[in-house]
Design a protein. Structure first.
Ligand code: ZN
Ligand code: ZN
Length: 211
């Protein structure tokens, strides 16, 4: 699936008409994929991506793949060194054999925050699998990770194939009040390494846009 259009999206697009980070009841969200799709049309959104935790189930038995506003997506739990983080994949083939070994093995792998902490995915192999399945790999909500130097963390991920970074998202609403890095730091890193800038609300309930 072509993800080139993401490169041309601006901050304004992510504020009003694009949301590339949405959860459904296939992981820990409230609504089904078709309900989210309906909400997206009601809001007049032009691009959405469902990014459930470690699963592509939302793309099966729903109208997602038939909709022109949908880009495929997923959000993986990963450890890289001592940092636990989330990696988004966009534009992937949802039937890809390459991704299968990295998908959830149980219901808890898709829904339980505690269970998901025990993820054992090899990040380098995962990024390779995302690329082989036609997608791009994007670091999710980077401001909340427990790493002292976000720049060097991102740099290490770029060395193993990271393509993009989530820049436009609700920083204040992420993970309560705990925030280790500023919005400014994230934007600076994105520009410094010429990463693809993505965005979304990380919505688990009713769909909305950033503004
Ligand atoms: Zn996340
Ligand atoms: Zn998420």
């Amino acid at each position: 699936m072509n993800t080139d259009f993401i490169k041309s999206l601006t901050k304004e697009d992510f504020k009003h008409t694009v949301n590339l980070h949405i959860h459904t009841n296939s992981s820990d969200g409230t609504y089904s994929a078709d309900e989210i799709l309906e909400q997206a049309y009601e809001l007049g959104l032009e691009h959405i991506a469902i990014t459930d935790h470690n699963t592509l189930d939302a793309y099966k038995n729903s109208g997602l793949l038939a909709s022109p506003i949908v880009t495929t997506g997923i959000e993986f739990d990963c450890w890289f060194g001592y940092v636990f983080f989330h990696l988004l994949g966009y534009g992937i083939d949802v039937n890809s054999e390459d991704l299968k070994p990295f998908l959830a093995k149980s219901h808890a792998d898709k829904t339980s925050d505690i269970r998901r902490l025990f993820s054992t995915r090899n990040v380098e192999h995962l990024i390779q699998a995302i690329h082989k399945s036609g997608g791009i790999a994007v670091l999710a909500h980077p401001a909340c990770y427990w790493c002292i130097n976000l720049d060097s963390f991102v740099k290490s991920l770029i060395k193993i194939g990271l393509d993009g970074i989530e820049v436009y998202y609700p920083y204040d609403r992420m993970r309560g009040v705990v925030k280790f890095h500023s919005r400014h730091t994230v934007e600076k890193i994105a520009d410094k390494y010429m990463l693809i800038k993505t965005g979304g609300t990380d919505c688990h309930k009713k769909l909305s846009t950033l503004e």
